[in-house]
Design a protein around this ligand. Structure first.
Ligand code: PGA
Length: 240
């Protein structure tokens, strides 16, 4: 299976920069990867010219209605978008998204035929208290609780320790391997699904070669290291 590379551009690039970014990346990333760009909502249409798959960085759950400022799964689907990041730790931290909301979003994405990229991971305090496994278990439980069990196969899970995001720090290779195995076993046992699991958090040119080789890892979610197109292309060339 092709490694999945999710590029989370977060709240970066103005319009001019987005235009040149799209022309810089076009045809530059090998098709040995399943590459999914997640730019701001306003640039999703513009990114279609890059010919890579696209995902939204967030989504709201009712099909439509009076939810000023929000974008629904069905709106995204109607624009030809196939993925949406759900439950990113920045959403949980700055916008108070809780496990229940994450669960609603996952259920609606699946119902609309959008593949959610579910982000889960422990804080530094939880890691120090050796609670990583129980945090992951709890986040998975609430995220998938209301989902149609026949559609769970469409979910991509990103293991993203909160303390590793944007910090330059990463867990050890063994710690990532353990977390991936734990997540896969948990979903296999409960839903009988072979989940696709990515790692995210400070992936860069220095560590990508070691991370991508981790046993059973299906790919990576890259934030800061995707903002500069040249850096991104050089980094992905290292593992091509
Ligand atoms: P980072 O972000 O690569 O900058 O740590 C990862 C993410 O968006 O989760």
């Amino acid at each position: 299976m092709k490694k999945i590379i999710v590029l989370n551009l977060k709240m970066n690039l103005n319009y001019e920069e987005a235009l040149s970014y799209v022309s810089d990346i076009k045809n530059k990333i090998s098709d040995v990867f399943n590459t999914i760009f997640c730019p701001s909502f306003i640039y999703l249409d513009l990114f279609k010219a890059s010919n890579y798959k696209l995902g939204a960085q967030n989504v709201y759950y009712p099909e439509k209605g009076a939810f000023t400022g929000e974008v629904s799964a069905s709106q995204l689907k109607s624009m030809g978008i196939h993925y949406a990041i759900v439950g990113h730790s920045e959403r949980r931290k700055y916008f108070n998204e809780d496990n229940k909301l994450v669960g609603n979003k996952i259920a609606f994405c699946l119902k609309e035929g959008l593949s959610p990229i579910l982000c889960i991971g422990e804080t530094i305090e939880e890691k120090q208290l050796k609670k990583t496994a129980s945090v992951l278990k709890n986040q998975i439980f609430y995220a998938l609780k209301d989902a149609d069990k026949d559609l769970i196969n469409d979910i991509i899970i990103a293991y993203e320790p909160v303390w590793a995001i944007g910090s330059g720090k990463t867990p050890s290779i063994l710690e990532i391997e353990d977390a991936i195995e734990y997540i896969k076993n948990n979903i296999k046992t409960i839903y009988d699904v072979n989940a696709k699991v990515l790692y995210g958090g400070s992936v860069n040119k220095e560590n990508i070669k070691d991370i991508i080789k981790i046993k059973n890892l299906d790919g990576v979610l890259i934030g800061s290291s995707s903002i500069d197109a040249k850096y991104l292309i050089e980094m992905l060339d290292l593992i091509d």
